[in-house]
Design a protein around this ligand. Sequence first.
Ligand code: 3PG
Length: 216
Amino acid sequence: MSQISDFQRGRIRSVLEASPLMPVITIEHLAEAVPLCQALFDGGIGVMEITLRTEHGLKAIERVREAIPEAWVGAGTVTCVSQYREAVAAGAQFIVTPGVTDELLKFALTAEVPLLPGISTASELMLGYGLGYREFKFFPAEVAGGTSALKAFGGPFPDVTFCPTGGIRRNTAKDYLSLRNVQTVGGSWLTPADAIANKDWAAIVDIARDSLSEIS
Ligand code: 3PG
C-alpha cells in the first residue's frame, strides 16, 4: 500500500512548527483578505488557514500568497479532491480538511502540497495512520472531548501530533498547547467578525500579539 512520503510529512511538520497558533479565516469580502492576513502576520502569526467556506476563499489565498510571500498560507474546509486541486492551483501551501475520506487521504499521498487531515475519533485517525499520516487536525476539539480526548489518544498513538481546532479560545489555547502531542492550536477567535467589519486591523494585530504572549 502507498504511504505518505517523508517529503510530505516534513512539509506538514514545517507548517505546524512555524506557529503555535493557526487562525481559521473566513473571508466575507475579498478586499479584507490581505489587510486581515497582514495584521495577523504583523502580530507575529506566520501561518494561516483560509477556508473555502465562502466564494472568496480561493481568490483570497491567491492574493495573500502574493502579498505576504513569507507567510504559510493554507486552504481550509476542503472536503473533496476537486477543491484540493483548486486550492493548490490558487497557491495554497497546505490543505486542511474537517474530516477524512479515503479518496482525500489517498489523493494527498502524491499531491504537490501536504494534507492535514481532520479527525475526531480513533477510527478516523487509523484510516490516516495506516497510510503513514502522523499529523492530524483534531476537530471539533471542544465537543469531541477536548484536552482529555487528546491525552487519551496519546496512549495508543504516541507518535501522533495534533492541531486541535473548534471551540478553542484565547484563554484555553494554553491548556491544549501544554499537551505533549499538540504542536499548534487553531481557531477563529483570532479574527473576530466585528473587528473585520470595522476594518480595525490594529485590533487584529493586538489580538494576535496578546494571544501569542498568553501562551508563552
Ligand atoms: C475550524 O474549521 O477549525 C473551526 O471552524 C474553527 O472553530 P472555531 O470557530 O470554534 O474556532
